[in-house]
Design a protein around this ligand. Structure first.
Ligand SMILES: Nc1nc(=O)n([C@H]2C[C@H](O)[C@@H](COP(=O)(O)O)O2)cc1CO
Ligand SMILES: [Zn+2]
Length: 159
């Protein structure tokens, strides 16, 4: 008999984004992203972290303080990492599953790389100008975005 409680594509890819987020060293916000093509093949994954070669232990993870002593100048966002991690050529027409709505900088990278759809989970910075700017650019550029609809399915991983 065919299983009925298998994961939908959306659940599968958002699940991979959520698992990727668990690699983040950021103690306040962990973000994961998964890029998928129109044949539902995974192209790339990423999470928010310091640039390669910048030691996690030597970099600041603070949110407040002198700008140079906070994480914001340094950390590479999950979406940008996923885009840059893709070694296979064009991302034209791809979609991105991301656990937090993209910032304006990642929105630009998403648009410029030719991606067409954003599926996001949280939108906790919806009122921030960066998110308003992201949506403005997505709307103008014809990149659609929709919030992931949780099916209340729990998966336990014993790692
Ligand atoms: N879409 C995003 N992707 C990301 O990877 N990030 C990262 C950058 C930081 O490491 C963290 C946000 O830090 P905080 O301001 O919530 O403590 O999440 C943030 C956003 C929000 O725009
Ligand atoms: Zn970003």
């Amino acid at each position: 008999m065919k299983r009925t409680d298998y994961l939908s594509w959306d659940q599968y890819f958002m699940g991979i984004a959520l698992l990727s987020a668990q690699r983040s060293k950021d103690d306040h916000t962990q973000v994961g992203a998964c890029l998928v093509n129109d044949q539902n093949k995974i192209l790339s994954v990423g999470y928010n972290g310091m640039p390669t070669g910048c030691n996690d232990d030597d970099m600041p993870w603070e949110r407040d303080g002198e700008p140079l002593d906070t994480k914001y100048f340094y950390v590479c966002h999950a979406e940008l990492n996923a885009i840059l991690n893709y070694g296979g050529g064009s991302l034209d027409g791809a979609r991105v599953y991301v656990t937090l709505f993209p910032c304006n900088e990642c929105a630009k990278a998403i648009i410029q790389s030719g991606m067409k759809e954003v599926i996001y989970m949280q939108d906790k910075y919806a009122d921030d100008d960066m998110t308003v700017a992201s949506k403005k650019m997505f709307d103008m550029a014809g990149v659609t975005y929709r919030q992931f609809e949780p099916k209340d399915q729990t998966i336990e991983l014993h790692l």
